[in-house]
Ligand binder design. Structure first.
Ligand SMILES: [Fe+2]
Ligand SMILES: [Fe+2]
Length: 266
């Protein structure tokens, strides 16, 4: 899907109102990257050599993103603030692999990418001498986030083939994640309701919603048309039940049992 067009609206890095909006956005990014580093924990439960390679690489990349965002704060002379509760909720680590690949990689990092690529890369003003270097960092981050989303999508597809019963809870969880997004956006709009970038925020959220729906359909768990409220509620209940069960899922090591097959010795 084409990226959202902010039609030239941008942040003025000298205006205090604009700076407080950027501080909010960047603070969520910084927190998200800090939790991204947890993916190192997924190495323990990696089922294949491919997964182990991915998580080692991802942990290194997320650690680097964390440092790059800290550099951006310093370059713009901004101080991070605590993350919004929605972001804390969405960034919570899940040890249950099917939910991890769907909620963290495919959907979660997918939306992160929307914000980094569509919002930050478009609305930071090229006229500011600090911006070209910042955008260079952001482009590196976006390229790597694309890899993380691609991994999540690939694994989600594979898991749905093995366990088609996951389709309904996955759809319910997508509904839940989309339901949460406007809460995070609300706080942002209150910071500067008249700002040209924020005036486009509702349209941007709608764009993200459509993109996520298209992604869900392409992955095979979102229905062609949004179902009735009753069917939606059932899917959400199934999603919540899976989420509840996942809180008690303990990751077990796999590679120590499978390494001989994985290495081609058996
Ligand atoms: Fe990241
Ligand atoms: Fe990532």
């Amino acid at each position: 899907m084409a990226e959202f067009d902010f039609q030239g609206a941008y942040f003025d890095l000298a205006a205090s109102e604009d700076r407080s909006v950027l501080r909010f956005v960047l603070s969520q990014a910084l927190f998200g990257e800090a939790t991204g580093v947890y993916c190192g924990r997924s190495l323990y439960a990696a089922e294949s050599l491919e997964a182990a390679h991915f998580y080692v690489k991802q942990a290194r990349q997320e650690l680097n993103h964390l440092t790059l965002f800290a550099d951006i704060f310093r370059e713009l002379e901004l101080t991070p603030e605590p993350a919004h509760w929605v972001i804390r909720l969405l960034a919570a680590h899940n040890d249950y692999y099917p939910l991890k690949v769907l909620m963290e990689h495919a959907l979660g990092e997918g939306m992160v990418l929307d914000i980094f690529r569509d919002v930050l890369l478009q609305t930071l003003p090229e006229t500011d001498v600090r911006v070209p270097a910042i955008k260079k960092k952001l482009r590196v981050i976006c390229r790597e986030e694309e890899e993380h989303v691609a991994w999540g999508e690939k694994e989600t597809r594979r898991l749905l083939l093995e366990r088609p019963g996951l389709k309904r809870p996955f759809y319910g969880l997508m509904e839940l994640q989309l339901w949460l997004v406007p809460f995070a956006v609300q706080g942002l709009k209150q910071l500067a309701p008249e700002h040209p970038v924020l005036q486009k925020l509702d349209a941007f959220v709608e764009h993200v919603r459509e993109r996520v729906w298209a992604q869900g359909r392409a992955l095979g768990f979102a229905p062609e048309r949004r179902p009735s409220v009753a069917a939606r509620s059932l899917a959400i209940a199934a999603g919540l039940a899976l989420l509840g069960r996942s809180q008690f899922a303990r990751s077990r090591s796999k590679l120590d049992k499978r390494y001989l097959e994985e290495l081609g010795f058996r």
